[in-house]
Design a protein around this ligand. Structure first.
Ligand code: BEZ
Length: 222
């Protein structure tokens, strides 16, 4: 039998207001794949995301979609980790239903957070809402444990798996810098050069936009 560890966050709650560039607060908790610690994911990318509740329609479609794309995240060396206030046994029952109904096994961990200690630390709980359910927050965490992007969707709109993959591709493509991923960038398309902002560059540039808008190498998928 595995040892049970209490959900435990190394940061005072509530501390919503995490920003891009912050180190993701470490925690240990029970999950559908056993006891896990966020810091164990150092060395690879991680998408940590919350969902409002098990056994709800939009969440179910998200989990089916993510499980169907699990190998795509794996190819990018990115782990997935879900979290909600529901109990571990609720998560198990829901995953069984998803397997039986949609013929797909959700193998990435779903963390239980019944005390909301993790959800509050990550600002996943709407502060002025009486509902204890988490909103649909998504944190893209790099191999150093740093938050590199985050999104927040309401309970009634599901996330886009292709957009999650595209965001991950873009983050990985700009990682070696100094390049930028433009709007709608996808692997194989040109990245933009980081502008060299000096007045000499501005005045010596041939075209009006050349000093700040320059395509550079094509970014590939990592
Ligand atoms: C849903 O996933 O469908 C959902 C969850 C919470 C509130 C409303 C909808």
């Amino acid at each position: 039998m595995t040892q049970m560890i209490e959900a435990n966050v190394e940061r005072e709650a509530p501390c919503a207001g995490l920003r891009i560039g912050d180190v993701a607060p470490n925690f240990s908790a029970r999950s559908t794949t056993g006891d896990i610690r966020l810091s164990d994911y150092r060395g690879r990318w991680l998408i940590l995301f919350s969902h409002p509740a098990d056994f709800t329609p939009v969440c179910t479609t998200e989990f089916v979609a993510l499980a169907q794309s699990a190998s795509e995240f794996e190819q990018r060396d990115c782990a997935l980790m879900a979290l909600s206030v529901d109990s571990l046994f609720s998560h198990f029952a829901w995953l069984r239903l998803i397997r039986d109904r949609y013929d797909i096994e959700v193998r990435f961990p779903i963390v239980e957070d019944p005390t909301l200690v993790i959800g509050r630390a990550y600002g996943m709980v709407a502060p002025n809402d009486n509902d204890s359910a988490t909103v649909r927050t998504t944190f893209f965490i790099d191999p150093h444990g740093v938050i590199r992007a985050m999104t927040c969707y309401p309970a009634n709109v599901g996330r886009s798996t292709p957009e999650m993959l595209r965001t991950l591709d873009a983050l990985q493509a700009v990682d070696d810098g100094p390049v930028l991923a433009p709007a709608n960038w996808a692997p194989g398309q040109a990245l933009l050069a980081q502008p060299d902002a000096s007045l000499d560059t501005v005045f010596s540039a041939e075209g009006q936009t050349d000093w700040f808008m320059k395509e550079t190498k094509r970014g590939s998928r990592k």
